[in-house]
Ligand binder design. Structure first.
Ligand code: GTP
Length: 361
């Protein structure tokens, strides 16, 4: 082609407050929420690297120092990261405008809370072949009512948007906005600087009215999930453990009999493991603990005797006392679960919780 991947920059929107993921996002920006023990954003960085894109611009707002201390200049990850920090959230459109000086050429923009294995080279080729000014990656979903539905004509040109449509409005096309965009710098003239503005709600409709060259790229067989809600967060764990996200296959190589155990972790010989299970580093798992499928344990956790865990996501530095039984729950870091407690499906505890023995949640 007439472009080289390494000359393309990517703006990653990570300024959202993550209100729907609370309490998980009270002390941890959404971008740093652990997904199978790695920060969510690290998957996106790895994906860009895999696609040979190394110039990344993080558009951040909440708790920017936490992000900087984890990702720094990006050298640890083999990429180069620039940070743009908003004082007040400007919305997805306003954030892009604030990053305007980085739009020297064709630029990728993505929502920082999606996991996918889109083939970016095909999308870029499509964008060029259509002489598109802005191209949105679309992904078909069964139930589009919680998302932004995007309608295209036969040529792929975008002809309409429906934000969170009702079932009556959903037609044969069920492609939703996957939160990955290819944008030419000329498009930024539609966004006013330093004003709150949503790309999806304010700018896209205007581009349609102005008849800009605006296309949808349907990525048919790609894996895609947005980590907006607790349910999606749990689903993403299950999918990754099952190897559905193809560019995280590297996880699988750590599996021995479907179990990954971090360095420094000590397991009792009487631990029963039914994978897929992932255990972080420097944990201590005591006698007669049962770890059942889709359980992820963070780093430095202590799981005492006779504990039973199934489909649980346990963050770092958690202590679970003897005889506790947890299924389908999420436990924030540095929490302490008293002995013989029972915590059931759907429970989400934030950081630093102290649950008394024999509690029933
Ligand atoms: P909720 O509060 O739960 O809706 O979370 P959110 O705001 O993080 O999610 P939303 O789906 O609204 O945002 C999609 C993506 O855009 C996320 O990756 C956000 O981090 C990002 N984003 C949303 N609003 C802003 C903003 O004002 N500034 C910046 N820089 N990014 C934003």
């Amino acid at each position: 082609g007439d472009f080289q991947m390494k000359d393309i920059s990517a703006v990653i929107l990570v300024g959202g407050e993550g209100t729907r993921l609370r309490p998980l996002t009270l002390h941890t920006p959404k971008a740093l929420v652990p997904v199978v023990n790695k920060p969510l954003l690290s998957y996106i960085i790895e994906w860009f690297k895999y696609q040979h894109i190394y110039n990344l611009i993080f558009s951040v707002c909440y708790q920017p120092d936490k992000l900087k201390s984890v990702f720094g200049s990006g050298s640890k990850y083999g990429v180069h990261i620039n940070y743009i920090v908003e004082k007040e959230p400007l919305g997805t459109g306003g954030a892009i405008k604030k990053a305007e000086r980085f739009f020297k050429n064709t630029t990728i923009v993505i929502n920082g809370d999606v996991l996918f294995d889109l083939d970016l080279a095909s999308m870029l080729n499509y964008h060029r072949s259509k002489k598109s000014k802005i191209t949105i990656a679309l992904t078909p979903v069964e139930d589009p009512t919680a998302y932004g539905l995007v309608k295209i004509d036969k040529s792929g040109r975008i002809i309409g948007f429906l934000e969170k449509p009702t079932w009556d409005e959903v037609g044969r096309q069920r492609n939703i906005n996957a939160g990955v965009y290819i944008i030419e710098p000329s498009i930024l003239k539609y966004i006013k600087p330093n004003k709150i503005c949503s790309l999806e709600r304010n700018i896209f409709p205007e581009l349609l009215l102005k008849k800009e060259s605006f296309y949808g790229f349907v990525a048919k067989s790609m894996y895609w999930i947005d980590l907006g809600t607790h349910e999606k967060y749990r689903q993403a764990h299950q999918d990754i453990l099952e190897g559905k996200l193809t560019n995280t296959k590297y996880f699988k190589k750590f599996y021995v009999n479907n179990v990954a155990i971090g360095v420094g972790t000590k397991l009792s010989k009487k631990t029963e493991l039914y994978g897929p299970v992932v255990i972080g580093e420097n944990c201590k798992i005591e006698n007669k603990v049962t770890l059942n499928e889709f359980t992820v344990i963070g780093n430095r956790c202590h799981i005492a005797e006779n504990v039973y865990l199934e489909r649980c996501i346990i963050w770092d530095d958690v202590i679970i006392e003897s005889g506790a039984r947890l299924t389908g729950c999420i436990i924030g870091k540095n929490s302490h679960i008293g002995s013989h407690s029972s915590i059931s499906d759907g429970v989400v505890l934030g950081d630093n919780n102290r649950i008394q023995p024999y509690s029933y949640l």
